[in-house]
Design a protein around this ligand. Sequence first.
Ligand SMILES: O[C@H]1[C@H](O)[C@@H](O)[C@H](O)[C@@H](O)[C@H]1O
Length: 579
Amino acid sequence: MTSHPEGRNNGYLALSSEPQEHEQYSPTDAAAATNYPVPTSHDVDIDAKHGGTLTIHPDGHSYTYSYGPRGVAGLFHNKFTMGVAGLASLGGVTFGYDQGVIANILVMEDFRQKFPTTSWQIGLITAMLELGSLIGALSAGIFADRVSRQTAILIASIVFCIGSALQFGAQSVLHLIVGRGIGGLGVGALSMLSPLYMAEISPPEVRGSLMALEQLSIVSGAGFGFWFGFVCRNLPGSASWRTPLGFQLLPGLFLGAICLFLPSSPRLLVAHGENDEALRTLARLRLRKPEEAATDPLLQIESLEMRVEVALEQRTMGDVKTGGFYAEIKAWSYLFTKRYYKRTMIGILMMVFQQWSGINALLYYGPTLMKHLGMEDETGTLVVAGGISIVQLIAVFPVILYIDRLGRRPLLRWGSVVMFLSHMTIALLVKQNQSDWPHHSTAAWTAVGCTYVFTMAYGMSYGPIGWILPSEVFPTSVRSKGVALSTSSNWINNFLIGLVTPVLMDLSPSITFIIFATACFFGYFWSTYVVPETANVSLEEIDAVFGSTVGLQDAEYKLQIERELGLTDLIASLAAGEQ
Ligand SMILES: O[C@H]1[C@H](O)[C@@H](O)[C@H](O)[C@@H](O)[C@H]1O
């Protein structure tokens, strides 16, 4: 077997016809085996017109390609895909909005008079969204592959709108709770479908930037929801709370209306055997003319990689999508086999660390928390807490610009360190001053400042990457289920945080912050030693970064399929400048 060099190879150039176990190919071996000249330079300029490149790595085995530049230039280079991803990310707006709006609604005058809620009912109103979302995310994992991604998004939007309408027209607490539950089903489904779809349509060099749009949408939704609710609290009567609850119908209806015009996921098309349509869609997404579909080398590489992956998966695990109940169980259980276990755990733990970093404790209980930090005035505390959503929003912009240059891991590692330090500082300050905040206003403001530092670090690391990494680590055959599990982990942990934070805060605010700091501490080691770098790697070649878990047999199958489908010859001839 030829070895996969670790790191940024997003392609694997199998230049030999007879791979042997543990054999390392030198470029000379490769040339002898194929009669193609050995690439001497790294970059093969194959796409001068559009600025795309194919880089053959010096080992002569692996390659990287990009359709154009990264960062801002790359986003504009991919303007159509950016527009499509931006629209799909509206799923995140519904999610954020729902979370952001509720804190203000629950304290509104008219709401409290109409619905004299007990505290467990209040808990239920908040938690129903998370419970509904958990079920929504898991169910979307079941039906997402059977229909197109757009149809799945449409169904989820309709469910979301039904839930929103119920909340808008609620005449009793029960209506509201049921409405939140149904709305949650839609929110949960959308929260897994949007990143899934975005990952599948993005080119490797700007995938991180495009997927960070999901976080942008979530935090914009949350910020808008919070402040819109805050402003609406002065409206007369039930308009104060019905207006913000009804408002969410707008993004829901809009998403439902436009999703049928979005292009299909080329990866799902290939998985469904529609290779020609997949190539045409890919050409559209990469802004190539239809007639270029058959000739453009990068389109050829990307679509062949998709076909190789699907063929490989079908050969290894059978066609999981065509079967019934048994096949469904089998597909879910694959996530826990040796082959995918590590990826499944990355998806699940990503969200465990994201949620236990404590972001939602700040968002849900911001006002209460600020009181613990010595802020007394009601409006002031609301404003400070609302500021946290704004900090999250600001933090996501540098991520959109730089994540594909910086990579996912460095951001996670640095994020963990800063978040840990901020939490520990708060814990210390609270412990020392909680009995007498009025005389320690500097300490109080330092603690408030630390919550902002924490939020900034979170917003540049675990926040956006939580929605990026899980969709990247799975192959197409199990991606929807893997992402569904990861998203469910988000919702379960989100729910737990909502449940235990008030109890913990009553017990001891400083211990609460130490618990969140502990999560960040472990997050550092996890992102350093477990998480692989997925930046700039095409989705099909993520396998290579998990190289150690892929068996020898799989690697051999892969070489064989790459040869059968013509990818090997295509790369070799491009490297030799023959096209
Ligand atoms: O990434 C998001 C975001 O940071 C939200 O503000 C938070 O409420 C979510 O739980 C999280 O998943």
